[in-house]
Design a protein around this ligand. Structure first.
Ligand code: TXA
Ligand code: MG
Length: 328
């Protein structure tokens, strides 16, 4: 397959480009598009054959379900059972980086839910994504547009690096805003459960719900969110966590890269130092990809504190690191 890449204006996407991308989706083909979190690899979410192509293109394990992306909250009611709590969260957090797991209606293909009785829904906060979903006239199933296990793509170059030849069209609207994926919240139980920390902070969600979130890391939830079982986000060179004391074993600074918030007291071959946790989140995946391309032998990543976006950063760093590889 030949992959076409077109530049599209984030704030004012060319309607003829969007129409072309939408007709590809309606034909059951794959279109990569920007969201506010990361780039997604989109397919018609009601077409089982199209959804299957996503798994092939990514090399994604078939038991890891997909998120359906919606044009507006009202669409959710045709795909899932939406109770008052879910409706209130949609009203407060959509469009935005919050994915809700709800009981699925039969219209949702098993290829999207990976055979579960639940479906994950989200309304992205990006003019190009919203225009595309609207023009396609269907919910758009989209995981992050990387090969399975690789760092998520935060610009179109990263999408091309991983998926050139495996996707029909890439809509290139530059770098994303948030840089880590949406927060995934399971609303099928009495208490909301956090399945994946992400762009919507736990503090904001808990303040809104008026209760603490259940941590979705117990055995039951891991079964319900299969994606959390797999190693993720990893560049091709080892990632080691730096907690600010001595350097981790296996990191030789003159041959290693550093990513974090504080300049380390060692002479690294490459260092990317961010001035805020938000910029750390926005830039971490691109920094992984750049450093692996530059040929460092390992990457030390500073462990951030867990407030706000920091919790999502901790999750991504842990999963990308050697700690996660053990016992894989
Ligand atoms: O920000 C995002 O969420 C990006 C952009 C493209 O929207 N998408 C994304 O998709 O990160 P993906 O496929 O890389 O991650 C989806 C996560 C996985 O951990 C998956 O297991 C979980 O959501 N998930 C999807 N459907 C689920 C379901 N029915 N029950 C539990 N977890 C589900
Ligand atoms: Mg992903």
């Amino acid at each position: 397959m030949k992959t076409e890449r077109v530049v599209v204006d984030r704030w004012n996407p060319d309607p003829s480009l969007i129409a072309r991308a939408a007709s590809l989706l309606r034909e059951g083909r794959l279109v990569a598009f920007p969201t506010e979190t990361v780039y997604g690899l989109g397919a018609n979410g009601l077409n089982p054959g199209a959804a299957k192509k996503i798994f092939l293109a990514k090399g994604r394990p078939p038991d890891n379900p997909l998120i359906l992306h919606l044009r507006e909250p009202g669409e959710a009611r045709s795909l899932a059972r939406v109770d008052e709590r879910a409706a209130a969260l949609m009203e407060a957090f959509w469009p935005g980086p919050l994915t809700l797991v709800l009981p699925a209606l039969p219209i949702v293909p098993g290829e999207v839910t990976a055979g579960l009785e639940t479906v994950a829904l989200r309304m992205p906060d990006h003019p190009v994504a919203l225009a595309l979903i609207e023009a396609a006239g269907c919910p758009v199933a989209a995981p992050s547009a990387n090969r399975s296990g690789r760092p998520s793509p935060t610009d179109a170059n990263a999408v091309m690096d991983d998926l050139d030849g495996h996707v029909d069209l890439v809509l290139d609207a530059g770098s994303v805003e948030i840089g880590v994926e949406s927060t995934v919240l399971d609303l099928t139980g009495e208490k909301a459960a956090l399945l994946r920390p992400g762009g919507a902070s736990v503090e904001r969600l808990e303040a809104f719900l008026g209760e603490a979130l259940r941590q979705g890391t117990d055995e039951n939830s891991v079964r319900r969110s299969p994606g959390t079982r797999y190693r993720h986000y990893a560049p091709r060179v080892p990632v080691c966590v730096w907690r600010g004391e001595r350097l981790p074993d296996g990191v030789d600074p003159p041959k290693a890269g550093f990513i974090g918030l504080d300049v380390p007291n060692a002479d690294f071959a490459r260092a990317v130092v961010f001035d805020s946790p938000e910029n750390f989140a926005r830039g971490i995946f691109a920094a992984f990809r750049r450093m692996e391309a530059e040929g460092v032998l390992s990457i030390a990543v500073q462990w951030p504190d867990g407030h706000g976006i920091g919790l999502a950063l901790q999750d991504r760093i842990r999963r990308a690191s050697e700690e996660q590889k053990i016992g894989r």
